[in-house]
Design a binder for this molecule. Sequence first.
Ligand code: SAH
Length: 487
Amino acid sequence: MTAQKTKPPSTPHRPSQGNRDFRNRAKRSEMQPDDQKNIPRRAPQAGVVTAQPAILLKAGREKSLLRRHPWIFSGAVERVDGAPASGDTLPVRSTQGEFLAWAAYNAGSQITARVWSWREEETINAEFFRSRINAALAARDALNLSTRHNKLTTVRPEPVEGHDRSPSVGLAQASTGSARTESLLLNADNNSVRLIHAESDGLPGLVVDQYGDVLVIQIGSAGAERWRDTCADILQQLCNPVCIYERSDSDSRTLEGLELRNGVLRGMLPDNVEVVEHGLRFKVDVAAGQKTGFYLDQRDNRALTETLARDKDVLNCFCYTGGFSLYALRGGAKSVLSIDASEEALQLAQRNVELNGLNAARMEWQCADVFAALRKLRDQNRKFDLIILDPPKFAPTAAFAEKAARGYKDINLLGFKLLRPGGLLFTYSCSGGISEDLFQKIIAGAALDAGVDAQIVHKLHASADHPVLLSFPEGAYLKGLVLRVGL
Ligand code: SAH
């Protein structure tokens, strides 16, 4: 997994429309009020150029929007009227002038616009974001994923004049220190959750992860960038964290024509940020770790590994800060060999073993390239009972699928060869450009070439705080298979 494991794939942008262009536009847009109203809604006549900023689609290209897919690719756009800046909210219309959606425009991306709302009567303003963020938090509550105190989630806002309403989640009390500790998670077993999962929560480009009383926000689109401060204010009110930290420093931002940013947005970052997950503690490097610091999407899959690890020799490839390794150890593994290319991640992983009082003597760590390390293990004739392969994103988009397929086949073939009969392979792909079907075919090819028969015993996905919108299958980026070798 790369730094952007959880973000839906972006497509390559046009380099000619680089950052300079975007910065100029951004300056102009700063002068607009935060609560800007949508652009006036007068429908243009078919084929008539109008000064009203709007996106007009090519004939027949409204189909994906009618199916509520939230991306408008540049190839579908007939013309952009007016002189909108990146981040502006524009109406999207069919060639007949029919309203289709309100969407955030980005001149510098192949995804020309991302839909905020399908309702013509909606105004994209602070209230809109408050309502979407509230809905995302409420969904976590409803699915028992929330880290917030149940009692407080029932407190409803007292509407007051204007947009500056009271927050809705027990935040009337949140200004005092003691209320803060009540308003944020205090479940002893889990203190971390993905609060907002971008497109899948109706907020394209906005990811928010909660690690205890710290929120980490990641912005991946021009539209979300425009509303960054509004969203930070709302999150501060609703969740009252000690810090909102921004990790908008993934490469995919460059594809959107956005500058990289990494720093505190609100409050102060504590020296020590810790995730508690199913009762296991992990230190998280919010400022310099990968992605937003931790891979919450594997939470439930790690727990499954624990249940199958007893008395096994385990190999955890791409181990990062030790996630699967610690679970395997707690599950009674005989030995765990963990491999990662990042020295910093491995150091944190070893501290995490200590933090949990687990038996470090059963752990072996290797700082190495997994592709080479697997070959070495094969040459040494090492064998394992349970192997985890959780690599970085090899294919951000379908354009990289072929090359990525070779990478997946290579490590899985070697993985199969290193397993004892009856052994289990936990294999994952977080590549948006590789479908579930294709992934299974690649694994089937790897098993064939390795000369093993294998059964699928589990099909795995990201945890439920990473929901997938039915109309946005790209949200299902993480797929996993658990295979048992030898019939
Ligand atoms: N399974 C982990 C997350 C893995 S993230 C968890 O549950 O937390 C992917 C990891 O792969 C990162 O830690 C990264 O440092 C590592 N990585 C990327 N390319 C690598 C390579 N070629 N060899 C070894 N590690 C690699």
